[in-house]
Ligand binder design. Structure first.
Ligand code: NAD
Length: 292
């Protein structure tokens, strides 16, 4: 069934996701602060809007994919935002990575207006968005998940309802912990192998076939070998996510000793001017610590 979808936030992730929904036959209207991103959606067969209000008018599903909590609050709860402009019964799906508390707050505010919400953050990076193979972790009511599942199936290949409102964000926070720790470990191995004079691509190929192999290793080894750090996933965003997971873990009494150290290393990367680079640039921090 073709749905009328408003898509707000057409960045590295949102743009290819919106385009995949268009390719699947949905009627998508895109809005972003960047006109070039709106133009890309129009070029792919969608429609462009000049405001959130115009984008969500008549939409039966609204998807948001913006950087962080303040953007989600502004876009959904703010003046001229989604809740002011959608009809009761609309399904609002926030796919940004934000705190579970903000997802719950947005869900409550929406419910007061008869609007349904899901938190549906994703993992898989830009490549996963382009190739429509994202993992999508969804919090919210089961009937709303069932309604949205055909749309999620367009965007990803692993789509799981993990619990009530906010639960998707809790799972995403765990995802970001695991990814950051893995990238840091890979970066340390790279600097170690180079200092030891081993052929790095050969070493990473063989490591990839054993227990050390991982999606992080496969996806990020070329960035590290070639020192190619165009994002991808910006260190600034991973810094935000490490804050989310350390706060959420403290709230439930879980210790994250390694995660806390890696959070500091992500903060240091940012303080050293690497915030707009891909998170594989954690390698640069290991190089600095190793006196390179
Ligand atoms: P991005 O910065 O490339 O895109 C965000 C977009 O939101 C931008 O185009 C920006 O103009 C737009 N935006 C911000 N405020 C807006 C507003 N008020 N109205 C309309 N548009 C607005 O970021 P991204 O990499 O696409 O990430 C988006 C979200 O997805 C983040 O929460 C991020 O943590 C998460 N995420 C990113 C990746 C990745 O690999 N890049 C992977 C998984 C999850």
């Amino acid at each position: 069934m073709s749905r009328k979808i408003a898509f707000v936030g057409l960045g590295i992730m949102g743009k290819p996701m919106a385009i995949n929904l268009i390719k699947a036959g949905h009627d998508v209207t895109g809005f972003d602060l960047s006109q070039a991103s709106i133009d890309a959606v129009v070029a792919a067969g969608g429609q462009g809007a000049t405001s959130i209000a115009a984008a969500v008018k008549d939409a039966d599903v609204v998807i948001t994919m913006v950087p962080a909590d303040p953007h989600v609050e502004a876009v959904i709860l703010g003046e001229g935002g989604v809740l002011e402009n959608v009809a009761a019964g609309t399904l609002v799906i926030d796919m940004s990575s934000i705190t579970p508390q903000t997802s719950i707050k947005v869900g409550k505010a929406a419910r007061e207006k008869g609007v349904r919400t899901l938190d549906a953050p994703v993992s898989g990076g830009e490549a996963g968005a382009v190739e429509a193979v994202l993992s999508i972790m969804v919090g919210g009511e089961a009937p709303d998940f069932a309604e949205a599942k055909p749309l999620f199936d367009v965007l990803g290949t692993t789509v799981i309802h993990v619990g009530p409102s906010g639960a998707g964000q809790t799972v995403k926070a765990a995802n970001q912990l695991i990814v950051a720790v893995n990238i840091q470990a890979l970066a340390e191995a790279v600097v170690f192998l180079e200092n030891a004079g081993v052929d790095l691509p050969a070493a990473l190929d063989v490591l990839g076939g054993g227990l050390a192999g991982s999606t992080v290793l496969n996806r990020k080894k070329a960035n590290m070998i070639n020192r190619e750090f165009a994002p991808g996933f910006r260190i600034d965003l991973h810094h935000k996510d490490m804050g989310i997971v350390t706060d959420a873990a403290r709230a439930v009494g879980a210790a994250l000793p390694v995660g806390a150290v890696v959070a500091q290393l992500v903060a240091s990367a940012r303080a050293n001017g690497d915030g707009s680079l891909d998170h594989s640039a954690l390698l640069r921090g290991v190089e600095r610590l190793s006196g390179r």
